[in-house]
Design a protein around this ligand. Structure first.
Ligand code: TRP
Length: 461
């Protein structure tokens, strides 16, 4: 039996365990790979001028995101409860303060907000499966495709319908408890998505602007890097890795004790990054070869540009629907992870069934989602803070809540938890990877988050 400060091995999860290290990798990969890689990364990178942004993004992914992912998983496994209860429990154990539970509370709220808009965009990808099947892309001009997207998002009824359907599917799967089965679907779904993207890459290579696309993406032009675009790069790193709000902490709670957190995290982060970069390599050449401007394209980017490729390439009638279907699947496994902290909390706190918890949480998220649905029609003219309500929710969650949550998590793992506890979980007492993790978690990640925040509000100008 261990002493009071290292109780990890005595605890057991109330929700069962992943059956193997492999299922866990699949689950976390499923959580990480989603709209963030394929829909969000290209348009944010475009908006922020490409090259230099991508470089900052990569630095954030490996220097901040990776150590925070490891911190989240180790905290989750040690606490073995929902993120709020885990942070309270470990907070008490390691520092005598249950106030750390507030980090979990912020995470649960962040998950609600992110999922509310995530579901709307995922709904559009499902709408695009139908559009692709009906042949709507064949030979369509950029203007016609732009009108098609405006038709969909401009209609409360259509956008709302697909949001309803996507949330309905997500809640049903969580309620039925088949997520674990779904993680197995990731085994072929992520590779299938990669295969289609490689086919699209073949199209991009022959688009005539491949070199220009790569140059836009990889040639750093630091004059385009503002404080806000550095913040956006950091926010995107958190978003794409699903860290900063307890999703992977919740998943870590179900992780068998013997699995290597370090190796798992490195695998997931590498796969996630490779997929985002691949998406960029596909999309930028297509934008440029159609005479469009990547810095002006905005959040409708993939919906307006990828159909141009599907509409002209050989086999596009097959690859088009398949691509949007697989993207919808990728979004589903991410959506499930966004619900998990809240659902696990409701189940443990109120002792109700997983099904009731999923329906309760899902209903709140569903209603919140209409803020995003309405952002592109009824409320499109209203600017609240950063722009539309959608832009505000996105900015608040990705650029503020996730980095802030991540900051607290890494400070907790690096400074509040005693060395024995973290070394125990990372199972590398004085090994080099443990020392690298600890250095990143204690110094680099917290300092970077603080510096990026301060920089974005102009402190260093
Ligand atoms: N990472 C997912 C994506 O790229 C989205 C996501 C799932 C997420 N769980 C999360 C983002 C937790 C932030 C926090 O699409």
């Amino acid at each position: 039996m261990t002493d009071g400060t290292s109780g990890g091995e005595r605890r057991t999860s109330l929700h069962g365990f992943w059956s193997s290290r492999f299922t866990f990798i699949l689950a976390v990969t499923g959580a990480a790979v989603g709209l963030g890689n394929i829909w969000k990364f290209p348009y944010i990178a475009g908006q922020n001028g490409g090259g230099a942004f991508v470089l900052v993004y990569l630095l954030c992914v490996f220097g901040i995101g990776l150590p925070i992912m490891m911190s989240e998983i180790l905290i989750g496994r040690r606490g073995r409860r929902n993120p709020i209860a885990t942070m309270q429990l470990l907070g008490e154990e390691e520092s005598g303060s249950r106030a750390w539970g507030l980090v979990g509370v912020m995470g649960v709220m962040g998950g609600f907000l992110i999922l509310s808009y995530y579901s709307v965009i995922a709904g559009w990808t499902m709408a695009y499966v139908v559009k692709a099947l009906s042949g709507a892309f064949a030979g369509a001009s950029p203007e016609a495709l732009s009108d098609q997207l405006d038709g969909l998002r401009g209609s409360v009824l259509q956008s709302g319908f697909w949001h309803t359907l996507f949330m309905g599917i997500t809640v049903s799967l969580v309620a039925l408890g088949v997520e674990r089965g779904l993680e197995r679907a990731v085994t072929f779904m992520v590779p299938a998505l990669v295969v289609i993207m490689l086919i699209l890459l073949g199209y991009s290579v022959t688009s005539g602007q491949f070199g220009a696309g790569l140059e836009f993406m990889f040639q750093p032009d630091f004059s385009r890097l503002t404080g806000d675009s550095i913040l956006a790069a950091m926010g995107q790193a958190f978003f794409t890795l699903s860290v900063g709000m307890g999703s992977v902490m919740a998943y870590g709670a179900y992780l068998p004790q013997e699995t290597s957190i370090t190796r798992t995290s490195i695998a997931v982060v590498s796969a996630d990054t490779a997929i985002a970069i691949l998406a960029g390599m596909v999309i930028f050449p297509i934008i440029l070869s159609n005479g469009l401007d990547p810095t002006q394209a905005g959040m409708g980017l993939i919906f307006k540009t990828l159909p141009l490729a599907f509409g002209t390439m050989t086999g596009g009638v097959v690859f088009g629907p398949l691509f949007f279907l697989l993207l919808g699947f990728a979004a589903l496994t991410s959506a499930i992870s966004l619900m998990e902290p809240a659902v696990a909390w409701v189940v443990e706190r109120w002792h109700i069934s997983r099904a009731s918890a999923a329906i309760t949480v899902g209903s709140v998220v569903y209603i919140l989602g209409f803020a995003t649905v309405l952002s592109f029609n009824v409320l499109s003219g209203f600017t609240f803070w950063q722009g539309t309500l959608f832009a505000d929710i996105d900015y608040l969650t990705a650029n503020i809540m996730l980095p802030l949550g991540g900051l607290f998590i890494t400070v907790f793992a690096g400074w509040v938890m005693c060395r024995n506890s973290t070394a125990d979980e990372l199972d590398e007492h004085a090994g080099p990877t443990y020392r690298i993790w600890r250095f990143l978690a204690q110094y680099i990640a917290p300092a970077a988050v603080v510096v990026v925040f301060l920089n974005s509000i102009g402190v260093f100008d």
